[in-house]
Design a protein around this ligand. Structure first.
Ligand code: CMP
Ligand code: CMP
Length: 346
């Protein structure tokens, strides 16, 4: 019996290692792909030196794997503790709750992050991050406003991308993918930010964020309407995604209810049905398969749900709450409304 258990254990652990190795490889491929896309976005003329640098990095990672040193083993990390008042701690906590990169951290991780945050003040007009520089920190906005701009091709004028406000964070890309800063962030007003050093980010946040982004980005890329977004915008959306499972026959959405969630169908099939008062009938109005989305209308129009969505099989959905939907998918509202003109109305 003992021998049998030993054999089983060896077999199982072998499988597990293989699975972990496969997962690591998948993540690595995706990270390199993201890195490559970012590079393409930053500089249209990637120099040969940089191509060699990416190649060298890739080789280094292959060598590391050959020696069976897993990528996610961390060196001894002794977090910084920058003293703060109770009031500052509560203010930071409040901002972290509003931020999807931080709001899923456990209590211990959150404490480490809060201890490591350093107060930084910037005057209106000052650059907090400059495109092309090395990245050493991520910033969380306490108060004030900052503009994000990007130069797509050398010699061209910067293009305005977005404004960061209280509770927003920026500067994660250089840390996640170990690349140069992909954009410039300039203070629009006097600004107070909390600066999180690269070491803390890498030890506490990076792995989970990369895994989430790799997993969900692959699914989001299948959603036609999201292809209208700058590929960079998918990353922050992934931070905000939650998954929800439904069983065959479940109502994912009920017509007439108040809606505060937007859904993307990842696995399974579902359909929409709508009750029409004029004819006192309920009709099936749409079928959904993987990559389909629903639940946008109530969030855009601030109205109750216009139809019911019912699971035809067991379903797995990705969901975004109303705040995330408004924050990240606002640039798509016109396209959502245009597409909703195809919905059956009677
Ligand atoms: P990082 O590249 O470290 O520094 C610049 C930051 O700008 C980047 O991380 C993101 O946090 C932010 N940013 C916002 N929009 C974009 C965009 N479209 N492309 C690149 N960076 C962006
Ligand atoms: P919402 O009203 O938030 O919730 C129900 C969803 O059903 C709706 O958003 C649309 O995404 C989807 N839907 C599909 N077909 C229709 C239709 N004919 N009329 C209204 N909503 C529809």
């Amino acid at each position: 019996m003992i021998q049998w258990l030993h054999n089983r254990y060896d077999l199982y652990s072998g499988d597990k290692e293989e699975r972990e190795e496969l997962d690591n490889l998948r993540t690595e491929v995706q990270v390199l792909e993201n890195k490559y896309n970012l590079k393409k976005g930053i500089e249209s003329d990637i120099s040969t030196v940089e191509e060699i640098r990416i190649e060298e990095l890739h080789q280094k990672q292959i060598e590391e794997r050959k020696t069976h040193r897993p990528n996610n083993v961390k060196k001894e990390y002794s977090p910084k503790v920058i003293p703060k008042t109770e009031e500052q701690i509560n203010l930071i906590k409040e901002k972290c709750i509003q931020n999807y990169l931080f709001n899923s951290l456990g209590d211990k991780e959150l404490k480490t992050v809060i201890d490591s945050f350093e107060e930084k003040k910037f005057s209106s007009g000052q650059n907090v991050i400059t495109q092309g520089e090395e990245g050493d920190a991520l910033y969380l906005v306490d108060n004030g406003e900052l503009d994000c701009e990007k130069i797509n091709n050398k010699g061209e004028e910067p293009i305005y991308l977005k404004t960061y406000k209280t509770g927003d964070s920026f500067g994660e890309l250089a840390l996640l993918y170990n690349v140069q800063r992909a954009a410039t962030i300039k203070a629009n007003t006097d600004v107070l930010c909390w600066r999180l050093d690269k070491e803390c980010f890498n030890n506490v946040i990076r792995d989970a964020a990369i895994q989430r982004r790799v997993l969900y980005e692959n699914i989001l890329k299948k959603v036609e309407i999201l292809q209208n977004l700058d590929p960079y915008e998918l990353g922050p959306i992934c931070d905000a995604i939650k998954t929800q499972n439904f069983m065959k026959g479940d109502f994912i959405i009920k017509q007439g209810e108040i809606g505060d969630t937007f859904y993307i169908l990842d696995e399974g099939n579902a359909h929409a049905e709508r009750y029409f008062e004029s004819s006192n009938t309920t009709k099936k109005v749409k079928d959904y398969e993987s990559g389909g989305y629903f639940g946008e209308l109530a969030l855009i129009n601030d109205e109750s749900r216009a139809a019911s969505i019912i699971a035809d099989t067991d379903c797995k959905c990705l969901s975004l709450d109303k705040i995330a939907f408004q924050k990240f998918l606002e640039p798509l509202v016109d396209i959502f409304l245009e597409k909703s003109k195809d919905y059956i109305t009677e």
